[in-house]
Structure formats: structure tokens, C-alpha cells
Design a protein around this ligand. Structure first.
Ligand code: SAM
Length: 313
């Protein structure tokens, strides 16, 4: 068993001790830091940062807990649920996703009870009838449970809709799909009670920037040369022009004296767009769906403040 003790303390990074052993990782915050139970996202999401959270923590500004937390590309919220900020605005352009969050926040027990009915009946037949019901429904706690069930049993956790806006991902045939526990939904609900939840494009979310804000931005990545590592929305809906518009919005965040941290793909375009800021390269292991194996890819952490975080690959 390998035991690693890594203690870091600098002006711009968070002082803490991080002890890791195999797959276990304990985060111990020192006296000035709030101790919180680590909360995993309850959805699967393309480009989710679940496995990157520990490494991103060391890039956060020292005073992030005193700032309003704003995450305009929330997805499954890996970083948000790990940090559990006291004041937050979480948003995404995906209205299905944000509606699910609103209902989990309002009634986690009811959503869980509905979810368990699907879990007990899980099969390809049940999946397709639930998908049809989901597409014919208006927003409700029952529909949020359907969303969570479909998300955890569909092919690769992909979210994709047809031209009529109907969810059309096929059944995933997962041997043992993992579903959220009641405790997980209740904790997620209590965290989100301290947040404003919005369906919004990044432009609208960035427009509220004030000096005391901290933004975490995790946009869909541009495709990397030589790999098919991107999902439908990066290919169809978040191209180079979107990345350029995002860079302009992020500059406005900086002009308003708010702090930001962005994760993005390490490409010449991204490095050019953010050349005025601090850029740290990180190497990340990702599961490449079409090749069905793991692959190392290069990503960047971009901040408008200095970070002394040690880069681990
Ligand atoms: C890489 S994912 C975020 C993953 C998230 N950090 C996590 O850990 O799960 C990018 C998100 O951006 C959203 N998105 C795409 N275009 C957008 C836009 N124009 N404005 C806001 N959100 C957008 C997608 O719906 C998706 O949820």
C-alpha cells in the first residue's frame, strides 16, 4: 500500500494536507477551512470533472469560500458539489438538466421514491417506455426521477436530443448501473438550497459578474487533433466561434475584478485566446468512448490570478 503525504501552503493556494492511499483520498482542511463531507455528483455527464476535482482544489484562490461561487457550465457539478459553497449561482444551457436540479432541491425524498420504482423495474423495455413518458411530460419531480434513471442507464451517460428536442439516447446495457442514494440526493438538495439555479447561456451568467465573485468555467472542449474525444454538443453546438465568444465574456469577468478558473483542452486556439492569463498544463486520463479504452489527454487550467499549485500528471 502506497501512502503519500503532501502538505502544501502558499500565498495563493489553499493550505491543507492531502493524504492518499490507493483509491482512498482524504481531504483535511486546516483550521481556517470549513470541513465538509465530500459529495459526488448524482449524474453521469460528458466531460465531467469527477476525477479531476482533487487536482483542481489546489488551483483555487485562497479566499474562495468568502466569494460568491458561479458555475455557468454546471453539467453534473463535480466541482460545485465537492466545494459546497455557501452562496452560488449554478447554470447551464441544458434546461432538462437544470429542471432536474430544481426538483431534487425541492423534494429529494419524493424524487428518490420515484427513482426507486424505475430501478426495481430496470430493463431495456422499461427504459424505452420511460424515455417515451419523459418526452411527453412537463417538468415535475416524477420527470426529474425519470431523467436520473435514464441518465444512469443510457448509453455512456450521453445527453442528446433530436430536432424536436426529444431525448433519444439508446439503452446502455450496463451490467450494474449505479444510482444515487437517498442520502446523496438529500445532501445535494441541502447544498443547492444555498444556490440560485438557472437555465442560461454562459453570456447571461457571466453578465452578473461582481468583484467578490469566483467563477469556475468548464465549457465543452474543442475536438483534439487525432482523437474523437468529444461529444455531440462540442461538435454541433460549441465550436471555435463559441470558444471565441466565451473568451470575450471571460475578459469581462476579469475587467470586473472577479476571479475565474477555467478548464479547457490544451490546443493552440485556447492558449492564444487566454494568453493574458496564467495557463497550467495538466495531463488527464480520459475514457475515449469510441475506442473503448483510456487515453492520456492534455488539458489546461487557466486563471486570472497566480497559482502555485504543484502540477501532477
Ligand atoms: C464539459 S460539460 C461541464 C461538466 C461539469 N464541469 C461536470 O463536472 O460535470 C459542459 C456543459 O456546458 C453546457 N453548455 C454547452 N453550451 C453552453 C452554453 N452556450 N452556455 C451554457 N452552457 C452550455 C453543456 O450542457 C454541458 O453541461
Amino acid at each position: 500500500m502506497r501512502l503519500q503525504l503532501d502538505i502544501r501552503c502558499s500565498k495563493h493556494s489553499i493550505p491543507r494536507a492531502l493524504v492518499s492511499s490507493g483509491n482512498l483520498s482524504y481531504k483535511i482542511r486546516l483550521a481556517s477551512q470549513r470541513v465538509s463531507t465530500r459529495l459526488q455528483p448524482f449524474l453521469r455527464w460528458a466531460g465531467g470533472k469527477r476525477r479531476l476535482v482533487n487536482r483542481l482544489l489546489s488551483h483555487l484562490p485562497e479566499d474562495y469560500l468568502r466569494r460568491r461561487y458561479i458555475e455557468p457550465f454546471i453539467g453534473a457539478g463535480s466541482v460545485y458539489f465537492a466545494l459546497q459553497p455557501e452562496t452560488a449561482v449554478i447554470s447551464d444551457a441544458n434546461g432538462h438538466l437544470m429542471s432536474c436540479y430544481e426538483h431534487v432541491r425541492a423534494a429529494p425524498e419524493h424524487v428518490y421514491a420515484c427513482l426507486m420504482e424505475h430501478v426495481e423495474r430496470n430493463s431495456d423495455h422499461h427504459y424505452y417506455s420511460t424515455r417515451q413518458a419523459y418526452n411527453n411530460d412537463g417538468p415535475s419531480a416524477e420527470r426529474a426521477a425519470r431523467f436520473i434513471y435514464l441518465n444512469n442507464t443510457c448509453f455512456n451517460g450521453i445527453f442528446r436530443v433530436n430536432t424536436r428536442g426529444q431525448f433519444n439516447v439508446p439503452y446502455g446495457w450496463k451490467a450494474s448501473p449505479v444510482f444515487p442514494t437517498l442520502e446523496q440526493l438529500k445532501l445535494a438538495s441541502s447544498v443547492m438550497r444555498k444556490a440560485e439555479i438557472k437555465t442560461a447561456t454562459f453570456e447571461d451568467s457571466v453578465a452578473i459578474a461582481e468583484p467578490n465573485d469566483f467563477f469556475y468555467l468548464d465549457p465543452p472542449y474543442p475536438p483534439l487533433n487525432g482523437t474523437a474525444y468529444f461529444t455531440h454538443y462540442t461538435a454541433d453546438r460549441f465550436g471555435e466561434q463559441d470558444q471565441r465568444r466565451l473568451a470575450e465574456s471571460v475578459k469581462e469577468v476579469d475587467r470586473r475584478s472577479a476571479m475565474f478558473l477555467m478548464t479547457n483542452a490544451d490546443t493552440p486556439l485556447i492558449r492564444e485566446l487566454y494568453s493574458d492569463y496564467s495557463i497550467t498544463g495538466i495531463s488527464v486520463t480520459r475514457f475515449i468512448t469510441c475506442k473503448a479504452h483510456k487515453h492520456r489527454v492534455d488539458e489546461v487550467v487557466i486563471t486570472n490570478y497566480p497559482t502555485n499549485a504543484r502540477v501532477t500528471t
